[in-house]
Ligand binder design. Structure first.
Ligand SMILES: [Zn+2]
Ligand SMILES: [Zn+2]
Length: 580
């Protein structure tokens, strides 16, 4: 027994003061034990080292962390393999389920004997899931349509998807757990942070599934390039949820510290402990993560998310550390007991004298064996995969059959090829720059924007037909198509050639002038997740001194039965090149 130089209390011989947690071997006394280098919830890690599991799941003893790393890596690996096999709908469900699933395992693990917070878990995860469904439905209502489909810089993508919806998500994830602030048994900063993180994880998962519901209907193995999908779904399964969890957890920790902490400790976090500032920081981190999706390639975005993850984890870790290193109680030393973290016998007070863990960070639960936990993780992940397979399979519509025998887009042959006048119910649009014209049916189509050379038409169901023209001396049809495809590649996820037999073109022309044509497929991706797979047809032809490229983007099928494809085909066939 000797005197600790930091808190001046009596503590048994060991590595750490059991009252304040200060390391006893240090030559100089700390001004406050919270300045020690060891993280209070995991003393063998540095205070500000952004380790994932000890920060997001701080109540775990160190030796069981590897099971959680295993579960997270297993989940992410599974997502990557499923996406690489192009089983996108299954991979999407698994990606959305990994983090909520591991969070539930964590809650179950730390409370298996006490059993008390089953309802607290139910409330936070249930609230998060419901809020996620709500935000997801809102995202679908506000989803980009028309020409915004292929413009990731549009307001619908950047302001709505990158800013408003993520901010709403953060606020909702924070509000739900506030109910638990009333209960004395949840008065630790750790509790607040965990509830906030759990609610954020459930919210992100539920939101991604609701937003991606149309991807689930596109067949078990829809077309698409695998590599961008792998990157996008790794972001969806781990990188984005971790960011949301850490940011919301840190903001929630500040709220808890402010309302449940002891008066002396309320200022220990500095400005970051001010709930308004903590909330602003959480919003900034999450919005910065989300908005990046609207202008970065999937791989770059994943890297930017990981960077933000590290920052958010450090912020959360700091809050947890300060919360756990609150002033020592003025109570007597208790009897010796085994430390759940390191297994050594320690006098019970506030910290373990041997490893220095805050005893408040440990669940009082007796630990289950690693084998039990491993079996549980495997079962939980298998369940998520099974749900993904079932939903992915059920969602598979029957593949459309190729039903056309002639015509460019499987449409009906046009009645007139060269149209100089409007049919009743049709509107003529004429290029003042290059002298070509086209007509489109008023019912169902409108001009979204136009300039002297180009025009963008939008259909009532959100499909887009873009007509671009150039003097034929400037570009051949093949070059026009190439330029068009390279622009679209940056706008759609997994953009690749469509090999679906039903979508193939049987002879391609523009205004009945033959020319090259291609069918591609890609997925509209928003910060909330992959949203909908669209078909892209690009046709081009040269006549009368100009080259025209027509791009049709539609979520509808291109088969002969599709009224949209027929209408688009009529518009394309009726394009009137200038007379020489
Ligand atoms: Zn001390
Ligand atoms: Zn210990």
């Amino acid at each position: 027994m000797h005197q600790c130089r930091t808190c001046l209390g009596q503590t048994p011989d060991g590595h750490f003061c059991v009252r304040c947690g200060a390391p006893l071997a240090r030559a100089q006394a700390l001004t406050h034990a919270r300045h020690r280098r060891e993280f209070a919830a995991a003393p063998d890690e540095r205070r500000y080292a952004p380790w994932l599991v000890s920060t997001l799941f701080p109540r775990l003893p160190r030796h069981s962390e590897r099971h959680f790393y295993g579960a997270l890596l297993g989940g992410a690996g599974g997502v990557a393999v499923l996406a690489a096999l192009r089983l996108f709908p299954v991979a999407l469900i698994v990606a959305a389920g990994v983090m909520p699933c591991v969070t539930i395992l964590y809650f179950r693990d730390i409370d298996v004997y006490e059993g008390e917070p089953a309802w607290a878990l139910g409330w936070t995860v249930g609230w998060g899931a419901l809020a996620g469904i709500g935000v997801g439905l809102l995202a679908k209502v506000l989803a980009p349509t028309g020409s915004a489909l292929i413009d990731r810089g549009s307001t619908a993508h950047v302001v709505t998807g990158g800013l408003l919806l993520p901010a709403l998500g953060v606020l909702l994830a924070l509000v739900g757990p506030l109910v638990l602030l009333r209960y004395r048994k949840f008065d630790d900063v750790l509790d607040g942070a965990c509830f906030g993180a759990a609610s954020a994880a459930a919210l992100a998962g539920a939101e991604a599934i609701v937003v991606g519901i149309d991807v689930l209907g596109g067949g078990l193995r829809p077309p698409g390039a695998a590599a961008p999908w792998v990157e996008r779904l790794l972001g969806l399964s781990l990188a984005y949820p971790v960011l949301a969890m850490a940011a919301v957890g840190a903001a929630q920790a500040a709220v808890w510290l402010r309302s449940r902490g002891r008066a002396v400790d309320r200022r220990a976090l500095g400005p970051a402990g001010e709930p308004a500032i903590a909330l602003a920081l959480a919003l900034l981190l999450v919005v910065a993560g989300a908005v990046g999706e609207t202008f970065m390639a999937s791989g770059t975005w994943l890297a930017s998310l990981v960077t933000l993850d590290l920052i958010a984890l450090v912020v959360l870790r700091r809050a947890l550390h300060v919360g756990l290193m609150q002033e020592a109680d003025e109570r007597e030393l208790g009897p010796e007991a085994e430390c759940v973290n390191c297994g050594a016998m320690t006098v019970t007070h506030t910290f373990c004298g041997d490893c220095g863990v805050s005893l408040r960070a440990l669940s009082k639960a007796a630990l289950r064996s690693g084998r039990t936990r491993l079996i549980e993780s495997v079962c939980a992940l298998a369940t998520v995969v099974a749900i993904g397979v079932v939903v992915g399979t059920l969602g598979t519509g029957s593949e459309p059959k190729a039903s056309c025998t002639s015509g460019s887009l499987c449409g009906n042959p046009p009645v007139f090829s060269r149209v100089a006048f409007a049919f009743p119910g049709d509107t003529v649009w004429a290029s003042t720059g290059l002298g070509y014209s086209l007509r489109y049916p008023n019912a169902g189509w409108k001009v979204a924007n136009s300039d002297p050379d180009d025009v963008t038409l939008e259909s009532i169901d959100g499909s887009v037909l873009v007509v671009n023209a150039l003097r034929s001396s400037k570009s051949t049809p093949a070059e026009l198509i190439k330029v068009k495809l390279s622009r679209l590649r940056g706008q759609l996820l997994g953009f690749t050639r469509d090999t679906n037999a039903a979508d193939q073109l049987l002879g391609t022309d523009v205004g009945l002038v033959p020319g090259p044509g291609v069918v591609y497929v890609g997925t509209i991706s928003t910060p909330q997740g992959p949203q909908e797979t669209v078909n892209v047809v690009v046709l081009a032809a040269t006549a009368g001194g100009i080259s025209i490229a027509v791009t049709l983007i539609t979520a509808d099928s291109l088969g002969g039965q599709s009224p949209l494809a027929n209408q688009a085909d009529d518009i394309i066939d009726a394009i009137d090149f200038p007379a020489r």
